[in-house]
Design a protein around this ligand. Structure first.
Ligand code: HAM
Length: 443
């Protein structure tokens, strides 16, 4: 095996560049966020879907789009050893969800509201907020043509960010209309940019005939004024498309959500039509897009299914957690009820059976454990109890055990107070704890 590793990785194995370990106590923040997400998804009646991380490469070529950055240069693809089929670690999950919906006929007899959380993989240049393995939360509403679903999905994100306490996040909106409207706009764009060939950079020239809409998305400051003068898609939309877009805006306004129209918002994936949107912040440097999505009424057909309207979004969870931290909301974590101090190994059978009974009543308990044989001195155990953040220490001492009792010592409110309770009283005491939810935001 070892000869397969590059020499620099022979000695010490480390994680792949751009792929991160999530370690405690940071992992508690992830659990806290995931918990909030699940609660909110239930409130909007979205059900969880879990699709494979590996899909046929063709799914993304046909779904995400051949001329997108993702398919052109960012996919982790490999051959299946058995039959040579090209497979890919999913760079996004909208095509996977649509594939599953077609395969299992999920929209038969009605629409479906679905959500997922999980890792995605893109071979991008890693930097703050941009990783090669990152976690996305996504929501997809399948089988609904109405603008009220576009609005509902935007409201869901708005609600989640408000619930998390995030500030200074703007909502950008645009409409990409229908394919034939985009086609007319495309011709106008090609005409416009062809007249200014000398001002186009290499990438824009390459895209001029394959995907001129993406030129509007340029990050090249030298091209900004050119792009600002380009024909705007909104001017090419027909009445139905305009009405769809107007209704989305009216519904958002009715729910007190403010937005900005960004005519340059075209999104980097090929499947969008009508509404597209992004939630963005200026507080995370270059990687300020927290969430992006839109309507993709043509994707089912492109993947071989029946024509089915759909709309959804994807959210980068690392970026959401990073913004929470930037805004001073990083103190979330498990709240521990009890740290169990145990005087000597002979007491372990009594202590552990008492702790089992308490845990069955919902009390969270960290039992003392030492890194050497034995349990450690009482002094070191109390030090660890203090550091654990627990509300109480339960002290299983030699004297107490002889009296079938345990000392309950406060570690937070009324710190140091100690009451001796009989073991038979412990369940009643546990019920008075009224344990707060296991994960709570720290203020
Ligand atoms: P996307 O804009 O490619 O859309 O990604 C959505 C979000 O994922 C971005 O706004 C960003 O927060 C996060 N993200 C993307 N790439 C990275 C990365 N390399 N590192 C960290 N975070 C990243 C989609 O993926 C579509 N599937 C969204 C969608 C769902 N449209 C309709 N339904």
């Amino acid at each position: 095996m070892s000869q397969e590793l590059p020499p620099s990785r022979m000695d010490k194995l480390v994680a792949v560049k751009g792929m991160n370990d999530v370690l405690p106590p940071d992992s508690a923040r992830w659990e806290w966020l995931e918990e909030r997400v699940r609660t909110l998804m239930t409130r909007y009646a979205y059900s969880n879907i879990r699709t494979p991380i590996v899909e046929p490469t063709a799914l993304f070529v046909r779904g995400t789009g051949e001329s997108t950055d993702i398919v052109e240069k960012e996919m982790y693809s490999f051959e299946d050893k058995l039959n040579g089929e090209s497979l890919t670690l999913r760079p996004e999950n909208t095509p996977g969800v649509v594939r599953a919906a077609i395969e299992h006929n999920l929209t038969y007899g009605g629409g479906r509201r679905l959500y997922y959380m999980g890792p995605m993989f893109r071979h991008e240049r890693p930097q703050r907020g941009r990783y090669r393995q990152f976690y996305q939360l996504g929501a997809e509403a399948l089988g609904f043509p109405g603008p009220e679903l576009d609005a509902e999905l935007i409201l869901l994100v708005h609600n989640l960010f408000a619930d998390l306490g995030l500030r200074n996040v703007r909502v950008e909106l645009n409409s990409l209309g229908l394919p034939e409207e985009r086609q007319r706009h495309r011709q106008a764009l090609i005409g416009y940019f062809s007249q200014h060939l000398e001002a186009l950079d290499g990438e824009a020239r390459r895209r001029l005939h394959s995907n001129p809409l993406r030129i509007l998305d340029t990050k090249n400051p030298a091209m900004l004024s050119l792009v600002q003068g380009a024909p705007q898609l909104l001017d090419y939309l027909g009445d139905d498309s305009l009405l769809h877009f107007e209704t989305v805006k009216t519904l958002l306004a009715a729910c007190n959500v403010r937005w900005e129209i960004n005519p340059r918002l075209v999104r980097g994936l090929d499947y969008y039509s009508h509404t597209v949107f992004e939630f963005a912040t200026d507080e995370l440097g270059a990687q300020g897009a927290l969430c992006g999505g839109g309507r993709y009424d043509g994707l089912f057909e492109a993947l071989g299914g029946r024509s089915t309207p759909a709309v959804g979004w994807g959210m980068g969870l690392e970026r959401v957690l990073e913004l929470l931290k930037t805004q001073g909301q990083d103190n979330v974590g498990p709240s521990l009820d009890v740290y169990a101090v145990i005087a000597e190994p002979s007491i372990l059978p009594h202590a552990m059976s008492a702790l089992q009974a308490l845990r069955a009543l919902g009390v969270s308990i960290q039992m003392n454990a030492a890194q050497s044989h034995g349990l450690g001195s009482m002094k070191s155990q109390f030090k660890k109890a203090d550091a654990s953040g627990a509300r109480f220490a339960l002290v299983f001492g030699v004297d107490e055990m002889q009296n079938k009792a345990v000392a309950v010592k406060s570690l937070r409110d009324g710190k140091g107070e100690q009451v001796v309770r009989s073991l038979t009283d412990l369940p009643d005491w546990a019920l008075t704890l009224q344990s707060p939810p296991n994960l709570q935001p720290g203020k």
